[in-house]
Every structure is written in C-alpha cells, then in structure tokens.
Write a protein that binds this ligand. Sequence first.
Ligand SMILES: *Cc1c(COP(=O)(O)O)cnc(C)c1O
Length: 482
Amino acid sequence: MKLSFERSVPGRRGCRAPQSAAPHAAIEESLLRKLPPRLPELSETDVSRHFSELERQVYGVNDGFYPLGSCTMKYNPAVNEQAASLEGFSGIHPLQPVESAQGAIEALVRAKELLCQLVGMDEMTFQPAAGAHGEFLGLLLIKRYHEERGDCARKKIIVPDSAHGTNPATASMAGFTVINIPSAQDGTVDLAALRAAVGPDTAGLMLTNPNTLGIFDKNILEITDIVHGAGGLCYYDGANMNAVMGAARPGDMGFDAVHLNLHKTFSTPHGGGGPGAGAVGCKECLTPYLPNRLPVRLADGTFGYADSEHSVGRMKFFCGNFLVVLRALTYITMLGGDGLQEASENAVLNANYLRALLKSELPAANEGFCMHEFVVSLESLKKETGVSAMDVAKSFIDAGMHPPTMYFPLIVHEALMFEPTETEGKETLDAAAEAVRNILARAKTEPEALHLAPVTTPIGRPDEVGAARNPILRYDFTEADQ
Ligand SMILES: *Cc1c(COP(=O)(O)O)cnc(C)c1O
C-alpha cells in the first residue's frame, strides 16, 4: 500500500483555517525554517481512506482467535476503557497540588491494596512501565536488601532454563551473574540442581509459577525454602496471573517480591507497544527500598505520597502509567474476588480443552493437566514432512487466526505455545482445533504449500532479522524528488 507521502498531491488540503485576527509576531530570521515542513498534502478523504486501509491490514483480538502464549491477548471489557477516559482522571496533571488530586491518589492506593491482597504482598509500586522494567526493579530491591545487611558476596541469581528471556536479561542488567539450572524431566524445577546451585553467594531466585510450559510447580514451597535457607530471596515473575488469580498467591508460596503485568492480566491490551505497568509488590523486608512517591493513606484519612531515604531511586516519572492502573482497578472491582477466580478457572479450562482437542495430532510437551497455556512439539512432524513449527504458525494466518507463540520456551524443539485465554467461547476453540487439523492434514499432502504460507496477506515472510537489525524508519525524500 502507498505511504501518505506517496499519496501526497502538491497544494491539496483537508481543511481551511480562518485567518487569525491576532497580530503577527516578528520572529527572528535565524529561527525561521529555510524550507516549509514536508508534510503530506492530502484531502480529508485521502487521509481517512489511508487509515482505513492501514486498519484492514492489522489483526487484533477483535478480529478473531489470538492464542499467542505467554502474552495473554484477551478481550478487555470496554467499561475499563471508559473509566480510564473519564475527564476527572485523564485531564489531571501529576504536579497538581495533592489536595486537588485526592480521588486519583485514592484510586492508586485502592488498586495497590487490592493487588497486594491478590498476590499476598505488603506494599506495591506502579512506577515500572513494563514487566521487564518491574523485574529490574525487583532485583534492585533484592540487591539493596543484601547490601544494607552488609552481605555483599551475594552476586548470583538462579534462573531455571524454562524462564522467560527477560529474567536472565534483567538479572545481568542489575549486575548479577546468572546461574541457569536445568528443568527436571516433567518440566518443573530440578530440586537436586537447585540445592547444588545455592550457597553464600546466592542473592536470589527468579521463577514463574505456573512456568512457561504452563505447569504449576508442586514443589514450590520446598523451592522457596531451599533458597531462603541459603540466605537468598525469591522473586516471582507474575507477568501472567490469569492461571492463579484468586486461587493461589505468590506471597503464600514463599516469594518476597513479584511483578504483575497489568497490561496482560489486568485489562490493558498487550502487544501494541502502548503504555504498560509492571506493578512491583514486595514483602515488608523490601518496602524501604521501593521507589519514592509511593501513594499512601495518611493518618488523617486523606491520601498522599510517602518517601523513604533507603529507596533505590526512581524507575519512571511520578506514579508510572496511571490510566493503566485505573483499568486494572476497574477490572478487579467489576469482577470482584469470585469473578477473578472464575476468570482464572476459565483460562485454565479453555487451555486444557484445546489441548485435549489437539492431543491426538499434536503431542503436548509434557504430561498431565496444564494451567493457562500449553506447549506442543512439532519435532516429529518436521522429521516426517519437512514442515516446521514456523510453517504451521504462518498457515494459521491463512486460516484467519493469529499464530500461537513459536519456538518458545527454548527447551522444547519445534515448539508452539497456545494460550486461548478466558475470554474465548467453546465454538471458537472447536473451530481453531478444526483449522489446526486441516493445516496438519495439508502438511502431509502438500508440504511445499505450507512453506509459502501466508499467501492471503499483503506480504508473505518478511526478513525478520533484517527488519529488527536494519529498520527503515524514515521516508527518503531524495528518492521521491527524482
Ligand atoms: C511478558 C512477560 C514478561 C515481560 O513483560 P514486558 O511487559 O513485555 O516487559 C516477563 N515474563 C513473562 C513470563 C512474560 O510473559
């Protein structure tokens, strides 16, 4: 499709502004542009059609099934958007006097209290803008905890090999050495390997439970005990809480800090690169180190901010992305405790239902039930037909669905990871299973065709590495002028 610059016609315009009655200001010659800005010149119709065309090339949850595992691409109720766009919340400024922003600070405090209750933590900050940003803060808290106790030899963070890639990345950014431990045969933490890894140099453990294979680690209490016994702290990657909300709490599992992706589980759309919130909750032993400007209830019943001289510093300005927190608060309040638990139960039920429908065609990477997502291996399909997990994933697009997550977690060969989420109905899951069966049948009869998928989109298979390493983000006018 053409860019707006390529559609541009000199002299064309969308609207005509009335002549201003204000006197012209004299601007110094040196401050003036040499050339007028090269904006596309288009009529309002041109602009409107341009954006409609762009919109038609995008696929979102509103278009159909979007089982992208570990990302929680679910439908988010419109009422939460409405709450976030209320003028009283969207039209205020963080530098307003505290007395004039009591409602907004109360919303932050109430969100914090509810989320702390949900994860079993004592205090929470909303400053980090994303999950990885929250992990980074969580590790800084752990680092400061050991430093303030004069326990300076603790430089190692233990991370299981099934972890999300952000875990080892943030641990090394925070100045720790990452110790990778293998998973046991059934995909859970290998206890013997963990016992061998901990010691006086252990700062802590990072874990997600259920893990990226969608398995709830039944040894979780023993795991956190082993780490605490060695003097380390336990960090819970709570990016995806929709398997356990209202059913199990990281605080009760023995974790000392946790981040929540409000932009996955708590009703802000994830994946568009828009604003997020990696809320970080912690137990009392870590609260003095949280970023300052912590929204709190004051003794006189009003709301304000608290600062601590032991704080690790600021992660982001003010209280982070306030409207994301507001959506989470609305979501939690609308559902209530029972509703949150029901959402978790449906997320787990949907994943197990789809897994069972696909079982005979696509063997799951592990035995037993899964939580909110599951992983299948296409290794034998690849050996038999040459059709890879990538080919199957791309064929989803031609079938009118978004592909599942590919090649993650790294410990499963030719992996596809499905997360149907709690917001899909049975008909959608049945149709998805049928589409997968059709794709797999085609893999046996016409494997070459699947190597070419998708064929129904404006472009087929872009050079993904090239696009990431050498992105072309600027319009080149010199070429257009020739
Ligand atoms: C999404 C995710 C993250 C990272 O969250 P971002 O907001 O993308 O930085 C971390 N851990 C897990 C398990 C995730 O699924």
